[in-house]
Design a protein around this ligand. Structure first.
Ligand SMILES: [Mn+2]
Length: 358
């Protein structure tokens, strides 16, 4: 019999649901596993876990609060915009949110939510309030990290130069009209103005890993389209680099080294290794890269919880399109926590829908 466990998931990227109210397919949805998630919570609250203290930790990018089509100019995000986005996400995922609500009925169940770069809007008090209204007033929101029992958990975007933001100045006054808006990082401008409009035709565009190799493939096999896209990326940079908004312009004052640095998925792993080496933490858990990972050295562990969206893997070792519902399970043995990286299989399904193979 277990006393307490913690479940860590990340990068669920809940959007407005698979279909619009009119029944039209929503190309911006990235999360398709509401039922599996429901079974997941059910499993860890029954049987051996029935009387167990269970904490669900959602380690960043829980919600997709970068929905360009809702925003007035496509990039300026106000608190009100985030409330609208959150409302639509809740409406689009009734099974998921019912599941969270039911989980929280029991007082020995807890939910902690960490802010990621796709849900920076959770930093706003009213957005947090709305989420608490929807799920439970007992949920806890952590703006940067959560640590306990020698475990350090953070989304990880702050170690990625294109997606980092300081919680100190992540809400600013717009220079255009004095309105309070989110101070979004470079990567969010890219998602809103470059990726978002292209997802209509290429819904998996932001799920390709590593992008570098995809570009190389593209140049070889689809030369004209890839070259055009690369030119558009250069244009995206120029427009922002010389933008009338000084704050936005300054953000794009980056050198090529910065950009190349951000293409390397390894760097966040290096940070985790450094934390384990130089602090007393014994377990570090990140998300953000969408690549599940588990490293163990001298009893110290680094885990990356991956993502529940699919990824288009361009790697040589395991190419293809994969979905792995990965999570970290933290168990306690005589008060010592141990973490393991796991994959949720849930109930066997005889069929499922294939999406976006255009
Ligand atoms: Mn993510």
């Amino acid at each position: 019999m277990m006393d307490a466990i913690k479940l860590v998931v990340s990068d669920l990227h809940l959007g407005r649901g698979r279909f619009s109210a009119e029944g039209i397919r929503n190309p911006y949805e990235d999360f398709f596993f509401d039922e599996s998630f429901d079974e997941f919570l059910e499993y860890y609250t029954q049987g051996n876990y029935r009387h167990c203290d269970v904490e669900l930790i959602i380690n960043g990018d829980f919600l997709n609060l970068l929905q360009a089509d809702i925003l007035k100019d496509g990039v300026t995000i106000t608190e009100f915009d985030c409330l609208i986005m959150l409302q639509r996400i809740v409406k689009g995922h009734p099974v998921f949110f019912d599941s969270l609500r039911r989980f929280m009925y029991s007082l020995n169940h807890h939910i902690s939510i960490l802010v990621g770069n796709h849900d920076q809007g959770l930093l706003w008090g009213k957005v947090e309030g709305l989420l608490k209204n929807v799920v439970s007033p007992r949920i806890e929101i952590y703006h940067r990290s959560r640590s306990f029992d020698g475990i350090y958990i953070e989304h990880g975007n702050n170690y990625d130069i294109l997606n980092g933001f300081s919680t100190m100045d992540s809400i600013k006054k717009s220079p255009l009209n004095g309105e309070t808006v989110l101070n979004i990082p470079w990567g969010s401008y890219f998602v809103l103005t470059f990726v978002y409009p292209r997802k209509k035709d290429t819904p998996y565009l932001d799920r390709i890993k590593p992008l570098r190799r995809y570009i190389r493939w593209g140049l070889l096999f689809d030369t004209r389209k890839t070259a055009a896209t690369l030119m558009q990326m250069v244009w995206f940079y120029i427009v922002n680099r010389f933008h009338p908004d000084a704050q936005r312009r300054r953000k794009f004052h980056l050198t090529i080294e910065h950009v190349m640095e951000s293409f390397k998925l390894g760097s966040i792993t290096d940070i985790a290794v450094a934390i384990l080496k130089h602090t007393n933490y014994r377990i570090v858990i990140f998300g953000h890269t969408h690549r599940a990972m588990h490293r163990e050295e001298q009893g110290k562990q680094y885990l990356n919880t991956g993502t529940w969206t699919d990824i288009v893997d361009m790697g040589i070792d395991n190419p293809g399109r994969h979905t792995k519902l990965t999570y970290a399970l933290i168990e306690y043995e005589s008060n010592q926590p141990r973490a393991s990286l796991r994959e949720w299989h849930g109930r066997y399904r005889v069929e499922s829908e294939i999406r976006g193979w255009s």
